[in-house]
Write a protein that binds this ligand. Structure first.
Ligand code: 5GP
Ligand code: ZN
Length: 137
């Protein structure tokens, strides 16, 4: 299903032009208009899913296989030194377009891009409690 007024539905289905790197039955891969680094691209499903929670399992496996294929091609052609896959879900996580997408971000030595965090230092009991919470124990 497509969603009315969803810009990524329109781009993914070719109603709005984009710089397409690859497409198949399910996905279109486009260059990001506001790239974090040279070659920053997005994998867009041609059906509308708001986020990862909504993405069916078989689409999940397809998107990861496609990410691997694109990472290999982009690394070879761009001669980047590393690669990030980034996928944001919800405003708190930095999602700004509410149509599932995966970021493909080529990285270059000393590119200064900051998608890192400062590691926390929780006590062992805190880690145990979080584990119990997630695992329902
Ligand atoms: P998010 O923050 O939701 O994970 O990422 C949204 C991404 O979409 C951003 O990197 C932004 O630059 C990109 N973006 C937003 N609108 C458009 C558009 O119309 N075309 C393209 N190619 N990228 C877009
Ligand atoms: Zn959409």
């Amino acid at each position: 299903m497509k969603k009315d007024n969803c810009i990524f539905c329109k781009i993914a289905n070719g109603e709005i032009p984009s710089r397409t790197l690859y497409e198949n039955e399910r996905f279109r891969v486009i260059l990001d208009l506001g790239p974090a680094a040279k070659g920053h691209a997005l994998i867009l499903p041609k059906e509308h899913f708001d986020n990862l929670y909504e993405l069916p399992d078989d689409w999940c496996s397809d998107v990861m296989k496609l990410a691997k294929k694109m990472a290999a091609q982009m690394t070879e052609k761009l001669h980047c030194d590393g690669f990030n896959l980034v996928q944001n879900n919800g405003t708190a996580a930095g999602q700004t377009v509410f149509h599932f997408h995966m970021h493909l971000i080529p990285r270059y030595d000393n590119d200064g891009l900051n998608i890192n965090w400062t590691p926390g230092n929780p006590a062992a009991e805190e880690l145990d409690a979080v584990r119990a919470l997630i695992c329902g124990e």
